[in-house]
Design a protein around this ligand. Structure first.
Ligand SMILES: *[C@@H]1O[C@H](CO)[C@@H](O)[C@H](O)[C@H]1NC(C)=O
Ligand SMILES: *[C@@H]1O[C@H](CO)[C@@H](O)[C@H](O)[C@H]1NC(C)=O
Ligand SMILES: *[C@@H]1O[C@H](CO)[C@@H](O)[C@H](O)[C@H]1NC(C)=O
Ligand SMILES: *[C@@H]1O[C@H](CO)[C@@H](O)[C@H](O)[C@H]1NC(C)=O
Ligand SMILES: *[C@@H]1O[C@H](CO)[C@@H](O)[C@H](O)[C@H]1NC(C)=O
Ligand SMILES: *[C@@H]1O[C@H](CO)[C@@H](O)[C@H](O)[C@H]1NC(C)=O
Ligand SMILES: *[C@@H]1O[C@H](CO)[C@@H](O)[C@H](O)[C@H]1NC(C)=O
Ligand SMILES: *[C@@H]1O[C@H](CO)[C@@H](O)[C@H](O)[C@H]1NC(C)=O
Ligand SMILES: *[C@@H]1O[C@H](CO)[C@@H](O)[C@H](O)[C@H]1NC(C)=O
Ligand SMILES: *[C@@H]1O[C@H](CO)[C@@H](O)[C@H](O)[C@H]1NC(C)=O
Ligand SMILES: *[C@@H]1O[C@H](CO)[C@@H](O)[C@H](O)[C@H]1NC(C)=O
Ligand SMILES: *[C@@H]1O[C@H](CO)[C@@H](O)[C@H](O)[C@H]1NC(C)=O
Length: 765
C-alpha cells in the first residue's frame, strides 16, 4: 500500500517538483560534490591541489530526493585539478578532480585538517596549520610535524628522483598549532607567509570539535622553500600596531626587492569559534567596532626590510569580511596592482548568507571599488581563489549558508577579472591578457593596459612606504599558461602556443611579456587553438565515454598513480635557522628555474622520465640537508598496502555506493555512535531554505537518530561548517532562536516517520 502510495507520490514529484516526497526504499542514482568549506588549495604549474576541509557530497535518489553526506577523508586523500581540462557549471567534479593519497594514505600521519594552508612555489607544496577533529583513536601528529609534496625537482639534481611526500619538521620555536591565518605564497621568492590567525590560549593543541583556538595569534610564520623538501620556518611576533585577526587575506605583490605583503580584512572574535556558546552581545559589538577597520586600513609588510606599515584606503570600502578569498592582477605596465577579493561572511552570524560580491583594491592608489554585485544564491565562504590565467580566477570550494546547500555553479567557478562576471565554463584554450577594468581606470586613470595616473593614495601613512611602492620588482615571475588543452591523441598541435608562454616579468623594463608583437602572435595562435580545441572537444566527447568504462573496470584495483613514496627525515632533519636572505642564492634559483622551463617547457605529469631528462648542466651543488632529508628512503608505503584495517562501524556508515566507499579505519574516531545507524533509515524532507531563495531541493536525512547521528537535524540546521564534528560534543549546545523550533519539529518528524509534502508516511506502522 505504502509502496503504491510512494510510487504515486513519486509521479507527482515529477509533475510538480514543489511537492516533497521521498519514497521508502529509494535507489541512489547519482552523487555529486556539494560544498567544501575550509579547504586549502594552491597551484603548482598546471595543477591545482585541493586538500583537507569539510567536503560534502549530495546523493540523488530515483524519487527525486537528495541527501547530504560528509566525506571525512579518512583515507587521507588529496585532490587535484589538471588545468588542461575544461569544465563548466554542470560538470561532474567527481570525475574532473583526480586524487592521490597523502603520504601513503595513513591518517595517523596525514589526518584531515580543516583550514590551515597550502604553501607552494612552482615545484612543491607544504600543508601547514589547521584544525584536526578529536583524535580518540590515533595520536595527533607531533607539534612540529609538517608534510610536503615535491612534484617537480629543483635545486640539487638527483638522477633517481620521483615526486614524493616528505614528513618534515618545523624549525625551533614554530609549531603547527595555528589556524585561520591569512596565507600567501611567493614562488619567485620561494617563500610562504602565514599572517595572524587563531590559536589556543596556551599556544598548544586544539581541535575542530572543542574550538580551543579562540585567541588571535599575533605572529607571522614564514616558510623558506629555497631547498627542495627542506623547508626553513621562522616565527616572528607582529608589532603591536598590526592588529591580529582571523582569516584575513594576505596578498604578495611584486614590487620592491622581494615584494610586499598586503593584509586585508579578517575579523576579531569570529563566531565560528564561539558557536558552542550563547550569543554574546559584547563580543558582537567589539567585532563590529574593530573588524571593519581591517578593510579601511590595510597592513603592509616589506619582505626585504621586514618592516610593517599601515595604510588607509579610500573608495567603496567593503564591509567586514572573513573566510573570503583573493587574487592579484597587475596592469601590463605595472602601474597598478589590483587585488580582487570575493565572497566571505562577516564573522558575526553563524547562519548568515555569505557574500557573493567582488571588490577590487587597487594599489598603489589604495582605492576600493565594488566590481561585482553577487546574488544570494551563488554566495560562498570558506573557499580559496587561484588565478589560473591573466584574466581568470577560479574560486574553489566554499560553503553556502550550511552544508545542506550545494554550491551554485559547482565546486569550482570561474570569475573573469577583465569582464567582471562569472563565466559558465573554464576552457584552457580561452583566455586573454589582463586588462584593467573600466571601473578601476575610472578611479586611477589610464587605460586597460595601465598608464595609471594616480599612483599614490590620498596620503601615505609613511613616506618609506611610498619609496617601497616606487621600486620595481626585479625577479622573473614564472608562469605556466597557456595550458595545453587535454588531448591524449597523437595530435600534438593542440594549444601549440606553449612557445608563447610569455613570462609575466616585472624586471627592469617593466612587464615586457605583452609587447605589441607578442599580443598579435598570441591572438593568432589563440584563434588556431580555438579551432583545434573545437575539433578536439568533439573527439574528446567520445573518448570520455571510453575512459569512463575503463575507470569503472579499474575501480577494483587500488590506484598506483603517481607512485607515492614516503620518506622520513633522518636524525639530521632540517634544523632551525633564520630565513635565508642570501640574494645570491635567489639569483641562482631564478636563473635555474628559467633555464629549466626554457629547455623543458612541458609541465607534464611529474615522472621519473621527466626528472631524468633534466640536463646535467643544471646540476647545482648539493646542500647537506637536501641529501639527508630527501635521499634516504627509510620506509615506503604504497596505496595498495593497507596501513590499518577496516572496521565494521566504518563500513556500516557509508551504506550507499557513493564515492566514499567502505572506509578503512585510519584515523580520528569522529563519532563512535556512527555504527549504531541502521543502513535503511527513515528520512525527513528539509525545512531549510525558505529564508533563502534557493532552488528547492528535496532533502533527505540519512538517520533516524536525530541526536546521535552525524547528520542529525541539529547538525544539518546548525549552519556553517563542521556539522559532523559538532555532533560529537555539542549535543547540548543547541543554538537559540528559530533553529531550536525547527530542530524540535524535525526530531518529532524523525520519531514519527517521514514527511513528504503534506503527507506523513508512518514507517513504523
Ligand atoms: C541527482 O539526482 C537528483 C534526484 O533525483 C536530481 O535532482 C539531480 O538533478 C541529480 N543530479 C545530477 C547531477 O544529475
Ligand atoms: C558542459 O560540458 C558538458 C560536457 O563536458 C556538455 O555536455 C554540456 O553541454 C556543457 N554545458 C554547458 C552549459 O556548456
Ligand atoms: C579517487 O579516484 C579514483 C579513480 O578515479 C576513484 O575511483 C575514487 O573514488 C577516488 N577517491 C575519492 C576519495 O574520491
Ligand atoms: C626561540 O625563541 C627564543 C625565545 O624567544 C629565542 O631566544 C631563540 O633565539 C629562538 N630560537 C630560534 C632558533 O629562533
Ligand atoms: C611563535 O612563537 C611564540 C613565542 O615567541 C610561541 O609561543 C608560539 O607557539 C609560536 N607560534 C607558532 C605557531 O609556532
Ligand atoms: C577559549 O577556549 C578555552 C578552552 O576551550 C575556554 O576555556 C575559554 O573559556 C575560551 N575562551 C573564550 C573567551 O571563550
Ligand atoms: C562575552 O564576551 C566577552 C569578550 O570575549 C567576555 O569577556 C565575556 O565574558 C562574555 N560574556 C559571556 C556572558 O559569555
Ligand atoms: C551594484 O549595485 C549598485 C546598487 O544597485 C549599483 O549602484 C552598482 O553600480 C552595482 N555595481 C556593479 C559592479 O554592478
Ligand atoms: C587613517 O584612518 C584613521 C581612521 O579613519 C584615522 O584616524 C587616521 O588619521 C588616518 N591616517 C592617515 C595617515 O590618514
Ligand atoms: C592519429 O593516429 C591515428 C591512428 O592511431 C591516425 O589515423 C591519425 O591520422 C593520426 N592523426 C594525426 C593528426 O596524426
Ligand atoms: C604542450 O604540448 C606540447 C606538445 O606535446 C609540448 O611540447 C608543450 O611543452 C606543452 N606545453 C605545456 C605548457 O604543457
Ligand atoms: C595534465 O594533463 C596533461 C594533458 O593530459 C598532461 O600532459 C599532464 O601531465 C597532466 N599534469 C598532471 C600534473 O597530471
Amino acid at each position: 500500500m505504502s509502496l503504491f502510495l510512494g510510487t504515486l507520490l513519486t509521479l507527482l514529484v515529477v509533475i510538480d517538483c514543489a511537492v516533497a516526497v521521498c519514497s521508502t526504499f529509494p535507489t541512489q542514482i547519482n552523487v555529486s560534490m556539494c560544498n567544501w568549506q575550509g579547504l586549502r588549495a594552491n597551484i603548482l604549474r598546471d595543477t591545482i591541489y585541493l586538500d583537507g576541509g569539510e567536503l560534502w557530497y549530495q546523493k540523488g535518489f530515483d524519487d527525486g530526493c537528495v541527501e547530504p553526506q560528509p566525506d571525512n577523508n579518512l583515507e587521507a586523500t588529496i585532490y587535484y585539478l589538471n588545468l588542461t581540462t575544461s569544465f563548466n557549471t554542470t560538470s561532474d567534479f567527481m570525475k574532473l578532480l583526480s586524487n592521490m593519497s597523502v603520504a601513503g594514505g595513513a591518517s595517523s600521519i596525514a589526518p584531515n585538517y580543516v583550514d590551515g594552508t597550502m604553501f607552494a612555489n612552482d615545484n612543491e607544496f607544504y600543508l601547514y596549520g589547521g584544525m584536526l577533529p578529536n583524535t580518540d583513536s590515533s595520536a595527533p601528529p607531533p607539534s612540529n610535524q609538517v608534510l610536503s609534496y615535491a612534484a617537480h625537482q629543483y635545486g640539487a639534481y638527483r638522477s633517481s628522483w620521483a615526486p614524493n611526500w616528505q614528513q618534515e619538521y618545523l624549525s625551533t620555536n614554530v609549531t603547527r598549532y595555528i589556524t585561520n591565518g591569512a596565507a600567501a605564497s611567493a614562488p619567485s621568492e620561494n617563500l610562504g607567509f602565514y599572517f595572524s590567525g587563531m590559536r589556543a590560549a596556551d599556544w598548544g593543541d586544539f581541535t575542530l570539535n572543542q574550538l580551543q583556538s579562540n585567541q588571535t595569534a599575533n605572529t607571522l610564520i614564514t616558510l623558506d622553500m629555497s631547498t627542495m623538501s627542506d623547508g626553513k620556518w621562522t616565527n616572528n611576533t607582529l608589532p603591536s600596531y598590526i592588529p591580529a585577526r582571523s582569516r584575513a587575506e594576505l596578498v604578495w605583490v611584486p614590487i620592491s626587492e622581494s615584494g610586499v605583503l598586503v593584509a586585508i580584512g579578517g575579523v576579531i572574535e569570529p563566531i565560528e569559534f564561539f558557536r558552542n556558546e550563547k550569543a554574546n552581545s559584547t563580543r558582537t559589538a567589539e567585532s563590529k567596532r574593530i573588524s571593519p577597520t581591517f578593510m579601511e586600513t590595510v597592513s603592509v609588510f616589506d619582505v626585504e626590510s621586514k618592516a610593517w606599515y599601515l595604510q588607509n584606503t579610500t573608495g567603496d570600502i567593503p564591509p567586514q569580511l572573513t573566510e573570503f578569498c583573493s587574487v592579484l592582477a597587475s596592469a601590463a605596465d605595472g602601474s597598478s596592482h589590483n587585488i580582487y577579493i570575493y565572497g566571505g561572511y562577516d564573522g558575526l552570524n553563524y547562519n548568515a548568507n555569505p557574500s557573493d560580491d567582488v571588490y577590487i583594491l587597487s594599489l598603489p592608489s589604495f582605492k576600493w571599488v565594488k566590481a561585482y554585485n553577487g546574488t544570494n544564491t551563488h554566495s560562498r565562504s570558506g573557499h580559496q581563489c587561484i588565478k589560473v590565467y591573466p584574466d581568470q580566477m577560479l574560486a574553489v570550494g566554499g560553503q553556502h549558508v550550511d552544508s545542506t546547500y550545494c554550491l551554485e555553479g559547482g565546486i569550482i567557478v570561474n570569475f573573469n577579472l577583465n569582464t567582471l562576471t562569472f563565466e559558465d565554463e573554464y576552457d584552457p584554450t580561452t583566455w586573454s591578457k589582463y586588462k584593467v577594468p573600466d571601473l578601476v581606470t575610472a578611479l586611477i586613470g589610464g587605460n586597460s593596459n595601465g598608464s595609471a595616473t594616480i599612483t599614490a593614495p590620498s596620503s601615505w601613512t609613511n613616506s618609506s612606504l611610498a619609496g617601497i611602492f616606487g621600486k620595481k620588482y626585479g625577479k622573473t615571475v614564472e608562469t605556466y599558461w597557456p595550458y595545453n588543452s587535454t588531448s591524449t591523441s597523437n595530435s600534438t598541435s593542440s594549444g601549440g602556443s606553449a612557445s608563447t608562454s610569455a613570462q609575466e616579468s616585472s624586471g627592469g623594463s617593466g612587464f615586457p611579456g605583452w609587447a605589441g608583437g607578442v599580443i598579435g602572435a598570441v591572438l593568432g595562435l589563440l584563434i588556431i587553438a580555438l579551432l583545434v580545441g573545437f575539433l578536439l572537444y568533439r573527439r574528446r566527447h567520445r573518448k570520455h565515454e571510453v575512459s569512463e568504462a575503463k575507470s569503472e573496470a579499474a575501480e577494483a584495483q587500488p590506484q598506483n598513480l603517481p607512485p607515492e613514496w614516503m620518506y622520513a627525515s633522518g636524525p639530521a632533519a632540517p634544523g632551525p635557522g633564520p630565513v635565508s636572505s642570501s640574494t645570491g642564492m635567489e639569483t641562482v634559483e631564478t636563473a635555474r628555474t628559467t633555464q629549466t622551463t626554457g629547455t623543458q617547457p612541458s609541465t607534464t605529469q611529474p615522472s621519473m622520465t621527466q626528472a631524468s631528462t633534466v640536463p646535467e648542466s643544471l646540476i647545482s651543488p648539493v646542500t647537506p640537508g637536501t641529501v639527508e632529508s630527501g635521499g634516504d628512503a627509510l620506509y615506503e608505503m604504497h596505496d595498495s598496502s593497507p596501513v590499518e584495517l577496516p572496521t565494521s562501524f566504518n563500513t556500516a556508515y557509508y551504506a550507499h555506493d557513493g564515492p566514499p566507499k567502505s572506509e578503512p579505519e585510519r584515523g580520528p574516531n569522529l563519532d563512535p555512535r556512527r555504527g549504531s545507524q541502521s543502513p535503511v533509515s527513515p528520512q525527513t524532507p528539509s525545512e531549510t531554505g525558505s529564508e533563502y531563495s534557493y532552488p528547492a531541493a528535496h532533502s533527505r536525512r540519512p538517520s533516524s537518530l536525530s541526536l546521535s547521528s552525524p547528520l542529525s537535524i541539529e547538525n544539518v540546521m546548525s549552519g556553517r561548517s563542521s556539522h559532523f564534528y559538532e555532533s560529537f560534543d555539542s549535543l547540548d549546545t543547541r543554538r537559540p532562536g528559530h533553529r531550536s523550533e525547527a530542530s524540535q519539529l524535525t526530531d518529532h518528524l524523525q520519531e514519527k516517520g517521514r514527511k513528504g509534502g503534506t503527507e506523513t508516511i508512518r514507517e513504523d506502522e
